[in-house]
Design a protein around this ligand. Structure first.
Ligand SMILES: [Zn+2]
Length: 291
């Protein structure tokens, strides 16, 4: 499944409103050529070429105020990342592979633009992140989610993940080592056969974000009484900001609840004399986390 299929005459994905061929295509082609030269092998596998083209695309799109790493640096690091992965595969080194996944999960937490790459697990209507009867049950749930996302249903997620990766290259700061990790993960995402590696890493990071955020919310709720709504609000805000996936989950769930509350108010069934925030946050916290 090719992620980006852009016709010369279609609107440029950079959002300028111009045709691709009159806007970014020249830059994309130039970046792709420079990356493949820096990778420095005569010919690439079809998968390798697709990774290079995707990277060239991310590098070439018009953007202001960013600092995209030079295509030569990216090409060289991509080659190093590939060499390391070849070695992992040759030695069937599970430990090294999970270390790479962990390094990527650290990036997912630390790089600002990567913080939106999370899987909206609640949309799968699975009790993800809760207590399980057994480890097998949890593994089964994880498999269901991954199976769905590697299929056509995951297309939107993948496009978003690529966009965020491009933004991160543009606006976040990277050391060479971090870039190598990101490029390995980009390869996982682009190539069909390895996409589950990318999804597993993101899924584990998503789960840990949701758990940490829920834990922090519980601590805050216990710390403040009703007189400290202002401070409670501030601390809640900072958690929602730092864990956008938790914020997104609450918003998705709150949609129903807020409508329900509003309807009840309109019908005079409910006298709303507390701030809406404390209604939603309090109820949601109770519903979702049992706190
Ligand atoms: Zn453009």
């Amino acid at each position: 499944m090719k992620i980006f299929q852009i016709e010369r005459n279609s609107d440029c994905p950079c959002g300028s409103g111009r045709k691709y061929k009159r806007c970014c295509q020249g830059r994309v082609d130039d970046a792709t050529r420079r990356i493949s030269q820096a990778v420095g092998v005569g010919s690439f596998t079809a998968e390798g070429l697709e990774v290079i083209e995707t990277l060239g695309f991310l590098c070439g799109l018009q953007a202001e105020g960013g600092h995209m790493p030079a295509p030569e640096r990216l090409g060289q690091l991509l080659q190093e990342a590939w060499d390391e992965e070849d070695e992992i595969q040759y030695n069937q080194d599970e430990g090294a592979l999970s270390a790479l996944s962990m390094a990527f999960q650290v990036l997912l937490g630390e790089k600002h633009q990567l913080r939106s790459i999370r899987i909206p697990v609640w949309q799968f209507e699975l009790e993800f992140g809760q207590e399980y009867e057994s480890e097998d049950e949890e593994i089964e749930l994880i498999k269901e989610i991954i199976d769905y996302l590697v299929g056509p249903g995951g297309r939107e997620f993948m496009t978003e993940a690529l966009k965020c990766t491009g933004m991160s290259l543009l606006y976040d700061d990277y050391t060479d080592g971090e870039l190598k990790t990101l490029l390995a993960a980009l390869g996982w995402l682009v190539v069909d056969d390895t996409r589950d590696l990318f999804l597993f890493s993101v899924l584990y990071k998503t789960r840990s974000d949701l758990m940490v955020a829920a834990q922090k919310v519980t601590e805050i709720m216990e710390k403040y009484d009703e007189d400290d709504q202002e401070e409670l609000y501030q601390e809640m805000r900072s958690i929602l900001f730092n864990y956008p996936v938790y914020d997104q989950m609450l918003s998705d769930k709150a949609d129903d609840d807020i409508n329900f509350v509003m309807e009840a108010v309109a019908n005079d069934e409910l006298n709303l004399d507390v701030s809406l925030f404390s209604v939603t946050a309090g109820d949601l916290c109770h519903d979702l986390q049992g706190c």
